[in-house]
Design a protein around this ligand. Structure first.
Ligand code: ASP
Length: 328
């Protein structure tokens, strides 16, 4: 009896001290650099958004948030890598709309977006722009539509691999133009942009965060934006609908995730840091110049991201199946 009382007391002591230890561990977070996995190559739009957020958090808190690029297979390699990381609050993932399109595009996916992650926050909405190398013959979207009909066998369309936003937009563009083009995959649209600038590929549809600077510098051509309305940062570029391609609207959204099991106290703290980063005047200015839209406060929450992800999975499944013959 005495022994069992002692065991119970010891057990209670152990439980209460483990609560104290885990509370202390969480209170002390972060105590070493935090990794933010970007599932695409450096220099592209997801990398740009990830680095802006990471840089702002580092500046504000003094704790380094370090970007790690894990490119491959349209973002799925880096996403699986983040899924398998220790759920200790030192690894997060920033991804984009690909988190919702990958399930319809891959027969076998090594992660489940709805069960393998904790949700942290949405970050920002980004329009896409149909762009071409500077000396590509068509002058505007109308000419591009006609040119593609005549020259489809020779046109190279760059993307960041199956599951990437550029892949989704490229599929929808090919479906709308009823043209099966030659697609050229890269580890991200950072390197794809270099190929476009170098004339190794002809066309691409990519986020404004990667294309705006090159468009404004007259280094590439812009044909149309993929949003319902023209964007403020590029007021003379028409929408695809204005150019005659209806039912084709894509807005890329970025979200931050953590491996399943990461303590809620930590994901909530990181959520607060992201919200502050999105108010950082340098981040706001940079993002606005690149044509992004702030997301409403309701989406800057773990629940907001989870709900939005489910909505997008339901939306893009049928769109992808309809465009499946243009899948690569
Ligand atoms: N914009 C790319 C995509 O097509 C990915 C990237 O490099 O951020 O998904």
């Amino acid at each position: 009896m005495k022994l069992s009382k002692t065991l119970i007391a010891a057990g209670l002591l152990a439980v209460s001290s483990s609560i104290a230890v885990s509370a202390f561990a969480q209170a002390a977070w972060p105590s070493k650099p935090v990794t933010l996995v970007v599932p695409f190559a450096a220099g592209g739009p997801t990398d740009l958004v990830g680095r802006a957020i990471a840089g702002s958090i580092t500046k504000a808190t003094g704790f380094p948030v370090v970007v790690e690029n894990k490119a491959g297979a349209g973002g799925t390699v880096g996403t699986a890598y983040a899924k398998n990381a220790k759920p200790d609050g030192y690894t997060f993932l920033i991804h984009h709309i690909g988190m919702s399109t990958a399930p319809a595009l891959y027969r076998k996916l090594s992660f489940n977006p709805l069960t393998d992650f904790e949700y942290v926050s949405q970050v920002v909405d980004v329009p896409m722009i149909v762009v071409a190398r500077k000396d590509f013959p068509p002058k505007d979207m109308k000419e591009l539509i006609a040119y593609v009909k005549e020259n489809k066998a020779t046109i190279n369309l760059g993307n960041a691999g199956i599951g990437a936003a550029s892949h989704l937009c490229g599929m929808m563009l090919q479906k709308a133009l009823n043209a099966d083009l030659t697609t050229v995959p890269f580890g991200g649209t950072g390197p794809a942009m270099n190929a476009l600038l170098g004339g190794q590929i002809d066309l691409m549809c990519d986020q404004s965060t990667n294309t705006m600077g090159q468009i404004k510098g007259n280094a590439i051509k812009a044909y149309a934006v993929t949003t319902a309305k023209r964007i403020k940062a590029l007021p003379t570029t028409p929408t695809l609908a204005e150019s005659g391609l209806k039912d084709f609207e894509v807005v890329v959204w970025h979200g931050v995730y953590a491996p399943k099991g990461t303590p809620a106290a930590i994901t909530e703290k990181f959520n607060g840091m992201i919200k502050n980063a999105l108010k950082d005047p340098d981040v706001v200015k940079g993002f606005t110049e690149l044509g992004t839209e702030a997301v409403p406060a309701s989406k800057l929450t773990p629940a907001g991201l989870e709900t939005w992800l489910k909505t997008e999975i339901d939306k893009y499944g049928p769109v992808i199946r309809a465009a499946a013959q243009f899948a690569d």
